[in-house]
Ligand binder design. Sequence first.
Ligand SMILES: CC(C)(COP(=O)(O)OP(=O)(O)OC[C@H]1O[C@@H](n2cnc3c(N)ncnc32)[C@H](O)[C@@H]1OP(=O)(O)O)[C@@H](O)C(=O)NCCC(=O)NCCS
Length: 154
Amino acid sequence: MGFVVEKVKPEETQDFIELDRLIFSEADAFNPEFFDLFENFWIIINGRRAGAIMLGLHMDRWSQEVPPPREGSLYLASTGLLKRYRGFGAGRQAKLWQIAYAREHGFTRLVAENRASNHAIVNLNKSLGFELIGIDPGFYPDPLEDALIMELVL
Ligand SMILES: CC(C)(COP(=O)(O)OP(=O)(O)OC[C@H]1O[C@@H](n2cnc3c(N)ncnc32)[C@H](O)[C@@H]1OP(=O)(O)O)[C@@H](O)C(=O)NCCC(=O)NCCS
């Protein structure tokens, strides 16, 4: 499997938002005006745009309220693949790429928050050493669900 991660160019932002909409439900997708807050990357598999990575630099969580954002945190705002690319190891490669990115750019921890029922991402994070550091009750409104906050200290 040819797996490459490439930075989204400014003129590609609309295409990126459209791909994100194919991966996530409308309720879970970021509003278009928030995309500029993140560093956005294509996941390219065998030459095709297969998924999306969104990183928040020196950001702990999307809400950023409690606890306050810590310098050195890389927030994994989004890691997603189109359905047909799931289950073949690309998610794991994307996570390994994120960890390498964090090391190369001097981050000291990676932080993720995900729906409690999202076993795929929670298991994947756990398998790479992420630990549960908190729960945000009812963080996701539609459908209502807690967020699990996980962290990997480098
Ligand atoms: C989460 C996601 C990126 C995982 O990618 P993937 O390519 O399907 O995962 P992989 O094939 O690399 O699997 C890696 C590990 O993830 C876990 N995993 C993957 N799919 C799983 C599933 N359906 N149920 C439980 N665990 C699963 C397993 O621990 C797996 O390791 P294993 O193969 O040794 O058992 C993918 O499912 C996805 O894009 N989901 C929709 C978007 C999303 O919810 N993103 C997370 C929130 S930002």
